[in-house]
Design a binder for this molecule. Structure first.
Ligand code: HEC
Length: 164
């Protein structure tokens, strides 16, 4: 007395076996590609990650210089004892060349010692000096690189988040 397996059950067993085989093969394959992955993705970029962090460093340097030298009188975003500083670079550039120096060079001279462009007769500086009752301190110790950093910060004080 042979027990007959119902054809439908037999068929589903075969299908299940095929599915199991496919999953097995697929898994092996999947594992293979996983094993190879670390060697493929190993090279790490060196140049690409340095650019944003050095830009961030300059901004941070500017922020620190600003806090220790300028914040007593200036808020980059609003008028206080000193005027708002966002847009100052553009204002000096627009004021233009005078005695062989560009507006930006006169701005740098102003930040170091405001008397210099005033005494040279640079019209925008003379106008600026009359603007407020108080005057700026002088900062002869600031290098061009310091002032580069300062202006990067004062033109975009919210460019980065920093608690430092
Ligand atoms: C003692 C207060 C004081 C300090 C400190 C000070 N400033 Fe000023 N700043 C002023 C005043 C006031 C003016 C407006 C000009 C004037 O009346 O002499 C001015 C004007 C300026 C201007 C011209 C703005 C424009 O729209 O063209 C710039 C740029 C500037 N300050 C940058 C700085 C920087 C950068 C520092 C820090 C290194 C600094 N100031 C420190 C008071 C100050």
């Amino acid at each position: 007395m042979k027990k007959q397996v119902h054809p439908a059950i037999e068929l589903s067993l075969v299908v299940a076996l095929i599915i199991a085989a496919v999953i097995f093969v697929w898994n092996v394959d999947f594992n293979f590609s996983r094993k190879e992955k670390p060697t493929i993705s190993k090279p790490t970029p060196t140049v690409a990650t340095q650019t944003p962090s050095s830009a961030n460093d300059q901004w941070l340097q500017g922020k620190n210089l600003f806090k220790s030298n300028c914040a007593a009188c200036h808020n980059p975003k609003a008028d206080g004892t000193g005027p708002v500083l966002i847009g100052a670079t553009a204002r000096w550039e627009k004021a233009g060349e005078f005695k062989g120096k560009t507006g930006k060079q006169w701005l740098y001279a102003w930040i170091r010692n405001w008397n210099e462009p005033v005494e040279a007769g640079y019209p925008y500086a003379k106008e600026m000096m009359m603007m407020r009752a108080s005057v700026m301190n002088v900062f002869p110790q600031l290098s061009d690189a310091d002032i580069d950093a300062l202006t990067v910060y004062t033109e975009q004080p919210d460019l980065y988040k920093s608690n430092r």
